[in-house]
Structures are given as C-alpha cells and as structure tokens.
Design a protein around this ligand. Sequence first.
Ligand code: PMP
Length: 355
Amino acid sequence: MSRYWSPIVSRLSPYVAGEQPRIQNLVKLNTNENPYGPSPKAIAALQAAADDALRLYPDPSATALREAIAVRFGVQSDQVFVGNGSDEVLAHTFQALLKHDKPLLYPDITYSFYPTYSRLYDIDVVEIPLDEGFRVRLSDYDRRPCGAIIIPNPNAPTGIGLAVMDIEALAAAHPDVPVVVDEAYIDFGGETAAGLIGRYPNLLVIQTLSKSRSLAGMRVGFALGQRHLIDALERVKDSFNSYPLDRLAQAAATAAIEDAEWFETCRQKIIATRDRVSGELQTMGFDVLPSQANFVFTRHPALSGAEVYSALRAQGVLVRHWNKPRIEDYLRISIGTDAECDRLLEVLKTLATAG
Ligand code: PMP
C-alpha cells in the first residue's frame, strides 16, 4: 500500500501465475504448457523474421495471422481479433463486452483470472456454483438476471467440457447478452464453437496458441465472433496498445496455425498420455475428474491436497494446488511427456501406498 496509489490499484487482487522456478531437472507440470516444442516451421519463420525489419513497427492489424486463423476456422478475417496471449484478449473482452448494468455470470470454480479482471474493470459478478460432480449446469444460468456470461470450455481447473450443442443452447437462451466461450484447452478433446459464430451474433469464442500449439512463450491468443463484437475489442485495443503482437510473434503464430500436421501429432500424443495417466491414477486410488484438457484434476481420498503437493515438490515434481473451498484437496497436474508423467506416477505411487 502506498498513498501514491490510485484507489483502483489499492482494491485490486492480482492473479498469481503458476511458478516458473529455475530448478534443474524439475518435472514442471504446473502451468499447462505443452511438453513438445512448437512446429519447426514456426521456429523457422521466427528466425527468418529476426532481421533488419525489426526497426519497423509490426503490422498493427496482424493481417497475415488473422487470415491464417480465418482460413483454419472457415470464417472471415474481419471476424478474427488477435492479442498478446488470450489473457489480453480476455482482458479486452471483459472491458469491451462483459461490463453491463446486470451482473456477469461465470462458474464459482473457474479460471482465476476472471475475478481479477472483474475487479480491475469494476464489473458486478455472480458466481454460479458447479454441481456436485464439478460440472457446469447450464440451466442455473437461465434463472437470474444477467448482463453477460463467460465459461471456459473445457472448464479450468476441472478439465470437464461441455458439448458444442450445449454452448449453442446457452447462446440461444441468452440472445440479448454476450456469451463468451474461453476455449484455451479445446484441442485436447472438445469441439470448438467457432462454427456457430455465423448464427449467433452474441457468441465470442476465444482461443490461445499457448497450449495446443506450444507457443506459451510467444504470447498469442485470438477471438472469433461477428464483426460488431470484434469491433468492440478493436476499439479497446486501439485505446490501449496499437501493437500488441510484435513481428516475431506474428510470424511464428502464422506458421504454427498453418502447420496442421504438427498440431495434430502433438495434441494426439498429449491426449494419449492424459488417458494413460488418468487410468493409472485411478488404479492407485485417486479420484480423477474426466478431463478434456491437457491436465487432470485429481485427489486422493486419504491425503490432503497440500500434503501431496508438498511431497511431490520435495521430489522435484511441480503441480498446481489452490487453497480454496471445495478444491483444496485437489491437484491440477499438467500432462507432460511420457517420461515426466512416469516420474509423477512413481512418486504418487509411494505416497498412495504409504497413505
Ligand atoms: N484461459 C484459460 C482457461 C487458461 O487456463 C489460460 C492459461 N492460464 C488462459 C486463458 C490464458 O492463456 P494465454 O494468455 O497463455 O493465451
């Protein structure tokens, strides 16, 4: 606290990102990064872009990237907005589309940046509890006044997804308010709602290149929606930073989007490892929520979340734990390589047997 702070800064509760420690040989399964590198074509494009042209500002509209995304999703390039990570796209969305007279609705257990943005932009919120199985129950969203809705699909940190027809039903049930679907983890088993944007003027779909395209270090995310929604995001962006994506990020992201083959191979490897890890955890007595993401959310009935987190950490395996009601005994474990997951399972086996 300082008397020089503005009142809004004093009231903020900043998001706490997962640790990025510099410990040698750490098995890092705490921030849902992709264990496989980005497309070699993305690296080559990045290297090619590292030239004298860096003295010039980048394309403020990221035209080539937006066109590549439009082709990939079968939409028009003016239906695509890009930003510095999907966190920035989300931040602009909160400000541009989610602040209204009636409250914004989102699940009580969800991406913890949502409460942070709501505070930053002073947005009135109602958190809708997940059901006993940690599922989003869409009928709960119909029963109260609402100015906008945001839901991650699959949800984080549960990993549980909704079917695309459920997203459609949600958009259809709330035609007068923006409905935003945060699809950060959609490529690991869900079905994107991108194909619905033509029919639902209230639907905005947000994705990231950080997870399924292994570019967390590049910071690129995007939104798909009808022109009036994209316009709102552009108005905020152009009141904030004209060049959120530098030349290198634009080049790498465009090549990554175009390399469908690399994308497919990596995501299939992660899905296979996730299903194996889920099965082995269950065999050891862990409860595992059915995940459609590149992580699993799990607990052991006889061990506290804090206990398992610390024991794993002591053995050089880093996972994510939240000291929050309902989920304090759960751990979110990102899916790494098979070797990393084997190390995780080895440590957990000793704990589960001892417990
Ligand atoms: N949405 C969800 C649900 C996430 O878990 C994350 C990653 N922390 C993001 C968005 C943001 O990802 P990025 O900013 O790397 O695109």
